[in-house]
Design a protein around this ligand. Structure first.
Ligand code: HEM
Length: 132
């Protein structure tokens, strides 16, 4: 079993969505020509499901050996400075609700709905039934 911070990376951070960049020069990425000056939507959530990095990418698997290669906090000079704080908060939050997970179940009569706003993936509603 992995320590909790990695588990949090594998689940929580996979929801981060996109960053914007302006191409400074003509560039070709994976066969796609991107002219200089283009605005590029970099889909981090898509990168985090790249089958070349993560075999079977849509399977929830927090024990992946490649899990720490994710792009959820970006990369390079703009790498998120809130990473350590976010991991700490995720760790505390997982530790507080994990002991109660066995009491929670999804309500078949009221299924979860996804938030559809561009750039922000996640659940708009995630109702649980709390058992004994
Ligand atoms: C799970 C939580 C978080 C995720 C997934 C996340 C994700 C990201 C990503 C992907 C970027 C890169 C943006 C880019 O390259 O254009 C970024 C930048 C940034 N993040 Fe976060 N972030 C999180 C939490 C936080 C927190 C808690 C703070 C502050 C307390 C924070 C402050 C910032 C700032 C100031 C930048 C801009 C850095 C720059 O442009 O140089 N983030 N974040």
């Amino acid at each position: 079993m992995q320590p909790l911070p990695e588990a949090a990376q594998g689940s929580n951070e996979q929801w981060a969505a996109l960053v914007l960049r302006r191409a400074l020069t003509d560039v070709n990425l994976h066969g796609v020509d991107i002219p200089a000056g283009s605005l590029v939507h970099v889909l981090l959530a898509s990168a985090n499901r790249d089958p070349r990095q993560y075999p079977d990418p849509d399977t929830f698997d927090i024990s992946r050996p490649t899990i720490e290669r994710h792009m959820a906090f970006g990369g390079g000079p703009h790498f998120c400075p809130g990473t350590a704080l976010s991991r700490l908060l995720a760790d505390l939050s997982f530790r507080s609700w994990y002991p109660h997970v066995h009491r929670l179940s999804l309500d078949p009569a009221d299924p979860p709905t996804l938030r559809l706003t561009q750039g922000s993936f996640g659940f708009a509603r995630l109702p649980f039934i709390i058992g004994d």
